[in-house]
Design a protein around this ligand. Sequence first.
Ligand code: DX5
Ligand code: ZN
Length: 219
Amino acid sequence: MASPVRIAPSILSADFSRLGAEIEAVEAAGADLIHVDVMDGHFVPNITIGPAVVKALRPHAKKPFDVHLMISPVDPYLEAFAEAGADGLTVHPESGPHVHRTLGQIRKLGKKAGVVLNPGTPIEAIDNLMELVDLILIMTVNPGFGGQSFIENQLEKIAAAKKRIVASGRSIALEVDGGITPETAKRAIAAGADTLVAGTAVFQGGASRYAANIAALRG
Ligand code: DX5
Ligand code: ZN
């Protein structure tokens, strides 16, 4: 039997004035991971949060912090996010000159290493990285904002990533991020995804809806 899908609420869609309470609420509602979107206004157009906020939020969570770094250059900040309490750090190959070195550095910091592919980045970008990653994240929107529509043609890339993971024989999570709803979740899971990031679909309707929203994504 396939293992159950993991849900990673993206706090980008939470109430930023009460982030600690929002994390506690999604954990109580069944979240498996907390997805933290870090944006610098340079690699992506939006600016979000930095290591100080991650550190302040960490005591509010029991589940792992899945930190998605959309910053460039990324290398100078790995240690700060690791020390702030990230459990996994996921990087874009475009965010530094040597992604292989960056992933090795994340492992050296004792954290789970993730690589993330933008919609325009070909699947081949992971071919020489398989032994260095614990997670592959396929973006199903262009990074920068919550609330965008799922890009259907990324389903093929999810399936191609799944094939490579199976062929590698390694235990690598396959995560998708962007435009995940109960409907698109089904297609992403069918293509091979085992971890779903969702902002809008989890946080819409307020805290009384979080458990139902998360359950709906599990299919
Ligand atoms: C986009 C972020 C996503 C975003 C997803 O750059 O990486 O994690 O929060 O938001 P939704 O689920 O609303 O598409
Ligand atoms: Zn993200």
